[in-house]
Design a protein around this ligand. Structure first.
Ligand code: OXD
Ligand code: MN
Length: 586
């Protein structure tokens, strides 16, 4: 008798009519074969084999360069279960709409059946997904981003315990593009896009949108956070998660080369984008990284901002939409001071500065996690690593201080729920507009965000040793529009303060929004920063925060009665604390 997987593959092939079917085993031989095919048809360009061995450049269709949130839907039976922050379509309507785009779509193409595991192969918390795709680029990328192939089929056996994801490039007409999630069925359909976040279905679609739904059902958390370990001079490692919106520096923070290395502080990488967290036997939240690679934003990456990834991407890496030098090397804005002459831009045309950026602003590298020199020895720990801090943050030129600590878990959930950030090129739409992005999950929460907040509150009650919650922004600007904080490797100073707060050693000053570092408690030696700049960086301006308090109230109205009462209370308490300070200042 056919297994559930075989039946589904059969059903999909009846719909999409592929020329041939390849069941991926995940082997090097198979990868090489896929790469050869792409080199032959021009969808891969081999990079300089001396300086970038086994590296390839892929140029996507120029109409398909970022996640398309406007055509991303959560298809629950009840609209209210998708909530006010998601696009919704009824499941039957969604399938009826998408089916014609899939029908016969693979007739001149190979259909790849891509079995994969999210999480370490031997972890009880890992899950199996199967992606069917007609894009060899997706199949090759999934081999980097997940544990792909035979190991996944072995784990699955004949069972139906997998998340099916059907992907086709379709006709690549943006009008025929849909990214559909059916959380009640644990099913994904994506058509009309070959871009990573839309097409590598293990990433945002499964590991966040579908997994967030599963996590609520099963009592764990699927979050848009990096996972890092901060080693102190005694060799002890403290693990932290940080949730920042897309393209706000999670990868750089996760792989940071610490400015305090000479004092014995080092950062180890577990993940740069997603964490699955379960309550461990020790009463700690324990995090695994469901991914096996990094799909990072290239522009702005250089020897200063992320030396570890610069080392990592020098071999066995797929680059997407970066520029190409005459030496056959990848290039992007911010890699080094000046653009080399003779560049070919991301569209394959001769580049001149008047043409705008040579690399697409959301161009990417796809690199195996193990290639970063900072990878943690616990990267594949089946039980995950114990999390002592959760950090929220984003791009905010004003309002938020460099760092503050939430008063307790409930207040921390409020801080995460009301996070805001200026938008980036990772999604289509205007760049630089401030939007509220709760827990950096706005585009990734697979259900009603009010219920998601409730889930956070409940997890805090269930976990014996909840992590401390912090908020950071590296992006605060002075009156002159310049960044006040140097960022990158210097951010370890902020992590060190958090570590000392966790251990009850660092001093803090109470403000209406939480605790900021007390004067002298941040380690600043070796950093050329004035007392005036530090004062600006840590300032909590009550009048700015009163506006923020009001804006939060408006944002909460979106969720109506479904918003947990606890969060409304937190908003009220914030208002009261701000008022008290304003009165005292008069
Ligand atoms: C990503 C994103 O690709 O958040 O990680 O857009
Ligand atoms: Mn992300």
């Amino acid at each position: 008798m056919a297994t559930p997987l075989e039946s589904w593959v059969e059903e999909v092939s009846r719909l999409t009519k592929p020329k041939s079917i390849v069941w991926c085993d995940g082997s090097q031989h198979e990868y090489d074969h896929i790469v050869e095919g792409m080199l032959r048809d021009g969808s891969f360009i081999e990079l300089n084999p001396k300086t970038y061995p086994n590296c390839y450049l892929h140029r996507s269709n120029p109409n398909d360069v970022a996640r398309t949130e406007s055509v991303t839907f959560i298809c629950t039976r009840e609209k209210s279960d998708a909530g006010p922050t998601n696009n919704w379509m009824a499941p039957d309507e969604a399938k009826q709409k998408a089916e014609p785009f899939f029908r016969g779509a693979m007739k001149d193409r190979t259909m790849y059946v891509v079995p994969y595991i999210l999480g370490p192969a031997n972890s009880p918390y890992s899950k199996v997904g199967i992606e069917i795709t007609d894009s060899p680029y997706v199949a090759a990328s999934m081999r980097i981003m997940s544990r792909m192939g035979t190991a996944a089929l072995d784990r699955l056996g004949g069972s139906s315990d997998f998340v099916p994801g059907l992907h086709s490039l379709g006709d690549m007409d943006p009008q025929h593009r849909l990214v559909l999630h059916f959380p009640e069925e644990k099913l994904i359909w994506s058509v009309g896009s070959g871009y990573g976040g839309n097409a590598l279905l293990g990433k945002k679609c499964f590991a966040l949108r579908i997994a967030s739904w599963m996590a609520r059902e099963q009592g764990w958390m699927a979050e848009h956070t990096l996972i890092l370990g901060l080693e102190d001079p005694s060799g002890k490692v403290t693990y932290m998660c940080a949730a920042f919106p897309s393209a706000c520096g999670k990868t750089n923070l996760a792989m940071m080369v610490s400015a305090l290395e000479n004092q014995g502080y080092r950062v180890w990488t577990i993940g740069d984008d997603i964490a699955w967290m379960h309550i461990g036997k020790d009463g700690m939240l324990r995090a695994i990284n469901p991914e096996n690679g990094f799909f990072g934003v290239a522009p702005g990456t250089n020897e200063k901002t992320n030396p570890n990834v610069m080392t990592a991407v020098h071999h066995d890496t797929i680059f997407t939409n970066v520029a190409l030098t005459p030496e056959g090397e990848p290039w992007w804005e911010g890699m080094n001071a000046a653009a080399p002459s003779g560049l070919t831009d991301w569209k394959g045309e001769k580049w001149t500065p008047s043409k705008g950026p040579a690399a697409q602003p959301n161009s990417r590298y796809t690199v195996p996690a193990r290639q970063t020199p900072s990878i943690s020895e616990h990267f594949e720990d089946p039980e995950g690593v114990p999390i002592s801090a959760i950090i929220f943050g984003g791009r905010r030129a004003k309002v938020a201080p460099l760092v503050f600590e939430a008063r307790d878990w409930q207040h921390g959930v409020f801080v995460g729920a009301t996070m805001a950030s200026e938008t980036t090129a990772a999604a289509t739409g205007a760049v630089g507009v401030t939007r509220r992005d709760p827990m950096a999950m706005l585009p990734f929460c697979g259900y009603n965000m009010a219920d998601y907040f409730r889930h956070w509150l409940e997890m805090g009650e269930r976990v014996a040793h909840p992590p401390k919650i912090f908020h950071v922004t590296w992006f605060r600007k002075g009156e002159d529009g310049q960044f006040l904080w140097p960022g990158y490797g210097e951010n370890v100073r902020v992590l060190k303060w958090m570590l000392e707060r966790i251990e009850g050693r660092a001093k803090a000053t109470e403000t209406p929004i939480g605790y900021v570092p007390a004067p002298g408690s941040l380690t600043l030696d070796g950093l050329d920063i004035s007392a005036g700049t530090m004062e600006q960086l840590l300032r909590v301006d009550t009048s700015v925060w009163s506006d923020e308090h009001e804006a939060i109230g408006k944002f909460f109205e979106k969720f109506g009665k479904r918003l947990p009462e606890e969060l409304r209370q937190e908003q009220e308490k914030l208002g009261q604390r701000l008022q008290q300070v304003a009165v005292a200042q008069k």
